[in-house]
Design a protein around this ligand. Structure first.
Ligand code: SF4
Length: 317
């Protein structure tokens, strides 16, 4: 008969995800907060790489930046203080097929979560860890964090912080089995995007230290860096972060740095006159614990139960 289709199978159109497909709830950060730029960069990367939202998970701890999963229309887990990384490792261990983004802050990761930070870097599971560093506890209203600089007045140190601050980039470079360390700033969106993009393509844990403005409590901290890009020299290399020449020329100071050279990375990061940004270190050959953990994941349940019973028998007394 005319007009009737002989093949009744459904025509499945290829899916295309737009930016809006990754937009979750309305972001409720303060006006001018640097977190907005990071959120937008991640949504763009998801769109540009066409990551299926149902195969993407955002995990966080506690803090302003840890509201991140609420604003992404993907799976998400808003965890406990300092515990974003063990949750993310757990997800990756059981579901290696998922793309995992971790949002954590300087208070969340570098203080209460510091033990997890060391071991998540050592496990080197395939995920992107974004450390939003605003030099303060913002959500709980301006207490000294591990990255607060000496002399900065906070509610816990009204006369100014006493102890030298910790630099997350330097510290992470020293962890065993580290495989990717980069630093960027929230106020240069092309550099932020390019850095997170490179991180998302890395095999293993990509640690990205993001200098993040908090106009509410540490507005003056990054003002000089913003006004004078010479204070944030750009690390350049054919294997580093690739920037459009028009964007790169904003940085009068540029330093060639080979990210495969760990020793050189340690020297570059220890400069205290300026704060270099770019890719410090990358080694894709380091072992990834998720690749080990996924062995046996496909095993039928009966086989798993049999193995479990054998193990129980083995330890029976
Ligand atoms: Fe952003 Fe600071 Fe406001 Fe928190 S307190 S939302 S970090 S500007």
């Amino acid at each position: 008969m005319f007009g009737l289709k002989k093949d009744w199978s459904l025509d499945v159109l290829p899916r295309y995800f737009t930016f809006e497909d990754y937009e979750g709830g309305e972001a409720r950060w303060c006006p001018g907060c640097g977190d907005f730029g990071v959120l937008s960069a991640v949504q763009r990367i998801c769109r540009d790489k066409q990551l299926p939202p149902e195969k993407t998970v955002c995990v966080s701890g506690i803090g302003c930046s840890s509201r991140f999963p609420h604003y992404m229309k993907t799976y998400g887990f808003h965890g406990l203080h300092g515990r974003a990384l063990p949750v993310a490792c757990g997800i990756k261990a059981r579901r290696p097929d998922l793309t995992v983004w971790v949002a954590t802050g300087d208070g969340d990761c570098c203080s209460i979560g510091a033990g997890h930070w060391i071991h998540a870097i050592r496990y080197n599971m395939d995920m992107v860890v974004m450390l939003f560093d605003n030099n303060i506890y913002g959500l709980t209203k301006m207490q000294t964090s591990p990255t607060t600089h000496c002399g900065f007045r906070t509610n816990t140190h009204p006369e100014g912080a006493w102890i030298p601050h910790l630099d997350p980039t330097t510290v992470t470079l020293g962890f065993t089995n580290v495989s990717f360390v980069a630093r960027t700033v929230d106020w240069n969106l092309p550099h932020l995007y390019a850095t997170l993009c490179k991180a998302s393509e890395h095999r293993g844990t990509s640690f990205v230290h993001i200098l993040q403005r908090c106009p509410q409590f540490t507005g003056q901290v990054f003002e000089k860096l913003q006004q004078d890009p010479a204070l944030t020299p750009l690390l350049t290399h054919e294997n580093g972060i690739q920037l459009d020449p028009e964007v790169a020329k904003v940085f009068p100071n540029q330093q060639e740095h080979d990210p495969s050279n760990h020793g050189a990375a340690m020297q570059v990061v220890e400069r205290d006159d300026v704060i270099p940004i770019g890719l410090f270190f990358q080694d894709q050959s380091r072992p990834c614990y998720d690749e080990f953990m996924k062995q046996g994941l496909e095993m039928p349940t009966e086989d798993k139960m049999r193995g479990l019973e054998q193990a129980i028998d083995h330890f029976m007394i």
